[in-house]
Design a protein around this ligand. Structure first.
Ligand SMILES: *Cc1c(COP(=O)(O)O)cnc(C)c1O
Length: 448
């Protein structure tokens, strides 16, 4: 199976190359040249199987040239040792909780599998690979946990201490071993600039650097699995379902779109954004305008004014968007609107949804999940349907104790993964936002 860049200027590569490169050399994003589909009886044969087996069956369609089946099964078992609960809200609607991984966000699904994939790819390689990542919170901790103790891989996470919560910092600083956390005296943008400069620095000698950011194809494929799993659980893979995804960089909804293209019956994918509404606007006006700077909303992991994965969505509908966000060829808008329903939700609406869902349905949501839930309600108001519907909850409410306390009057229960770090010792380095200092730190840490 080969992978092609959305910018069409790079030769097609195999999965291992696409994984290790991250972004294609032409600055595009890799997508499989042809999307594999399920055999007629394959979905029903997966009914009732545990998550790890569904994962191996789905991922196997993309990875057979790279990971033998038995190995892939083992990787899925290593990665997915947590629950994927689907909570019934009423006879039609469900919430799938993707917050049971080690960092209590859905990013664990992709991060953990990527850790496994990189681990296997590096097994017979010599030397070590350094994964550099800048974070404003969630991504850094998911990556750090995902690559923790993977042999021949080192991770360095740069974070702005004033912009991450205590809990987020502790998720990165209490691991140790192959994980190095660095507090940069500056903002998230400074961290990102340092990482970017390091990638183009030719004077780092033998240090091999790579990234694990959200455009890596390895972050995308694992996100198909839980939509297949939801279809199996709700309708045995037999009838169309409605899927609602709270969206920022549009990686999560790409998983739903690929599941649908693989043959999972889907009536509609609802993509809900916060006030960063560049995509819902594109749906109504046909004109794509990024939002710079992005708007700050309480669903902060979705404060994205130019979603990096949207180029992939455009490509799947036959269009071309370049890395700067210019639509070079229009996608098939009719088909796009037929498969997707885009909606933007304000912070006020997000807050009242959290209150209403709790009061009327005993449904506990945090801000990201509430954006997805209200998006689903909007869709169903405008398009009455009998199909089952699932909205995804992308983080644990325990990650937003102040907001929940203020709206609902209690603090959500803290899962063990988040509470156990309170007792662990923190270790991190500090550094000015200065490339000279970063260069030296890299040489000192990994140069030998
Ligand atoms: C990253 C994130 C999102 C947005 O997901 P995308 O794939 O970027 O659209 C939503 N919710 C939470 C909690 C996240 O961490």
């Amino acid at each position: 199976m080969l992978y092609a860049s959305t910018n069409r200027q790079t030769p097609e590569v195999n999965l291992a190359e696409a994984l290790l490169q991250g972004q294609a050399p032409d600055k595009g994003l890799y997508l499989p040249v042809t999307i594999p589909s399920f055999e007629p009886d394959e979905l029903s044969s997966l009914c009732g199987r545990p998550y790890t087996e569904v994962a191996a069956a789905v991922l196997g369609k993309f990875t057979t040239d790279t990971f033998p089946v038995a190995r892939l099964r083992q990787m899925c078992q290593n990665a997915y040792d947590f629950d994927v609960p689907i909570e019934r809200v009423d006879s039609q609607r469900y919430v799938m909780r993707l917050d049971r991984g080690p960092t209590a966000s859905f990013k664990d699904f992709a991060g953990r599998m990527m850790g496994q994939m990189f681990g296997v790819l590096r097994r017979d390689a010599s030397g070590r690979l350094v994964i550099l990542t800048a974070t404003s919170g969630d991504t850094g901790s998911a990556i750090a946990h995902a690559f923790y103790r993977i042999p021949k891989i080192e991770v360095m996470v740069l974070f702005p201490p004033a912009e991450v919560s205590n809990r987020q910092r502790k998720q990165m600083t209490t691991l140790g071993e192959n994980i190095t956390a660095v507090a940069v005296d500056g903002k998230f943008d400074d961290c990102q600039a340092l990482v970017k400069q390091a990638f183009s620095d030719t004077t780092l000698g033998r240090i091999r650097l790579t990234s694990a950011n959200s455009i890596n194809i390895g972050r995308l494929l694992p996100q198909i699995v839980y939509y297949v799993y939801a279809s199996l659980q709700l309708v045995r893979g037999e009838e169309p379902i409605i899927i609602s995804v709270p969206s920022g960089n549009f990686g999560n909804m790409m998983g739903a779109l690929l599941a649908s293209r693989m043959g999972v019956p889907v009536e509609k994918i609802v993509v809900s954004t916060n006030a960063n509404d560049e995509v819902p606007r594109f749906f109504t006006t046909g004109c794509y305008e990024k939002i710079v700077p992005s708007r700050s909303c309480i669903s902060n992991a979705m404060n994205v004014g130019h979603p990096s994965n949207f180029a992939r969505v455009v490509a799947l509908f036959g269009g071309w968007m370049d890395e700067a966000g210019n639509v070079r060829e229009m996608p098939d808008m009719d088909r796009m609107k037929k498969e997707l329903f885009a909606v933007s939700i304000t912070d006020d609406e997000t807050r009242s949804t959290i209150q209403r869902a709790w009061k009327t349905q005993n449904l506990l949501l945090e801000p990201h999940g509430a954006v997805g839930w209200l998006g689903l309600e909007r869709y169903l108001e405008e398009n009455p349907s009998d199909s089952k519907a699932v909205s995804v909850e992308t983080a644990s409410p325990a990650k937003f104790p102040e907001e929940i306390e203020r709206l609902l009057g209690f603090s959500p229960e803290v899962p063990f993964s988040l509470s156990e770090i309170e007792r662990k010792e923190e270790h991190y380095l500090t550094m000015p936002a200065d490339y000279g200092a970063f260069h030296e730190l890299l040489l000192k840490t990994y140069g030998a």
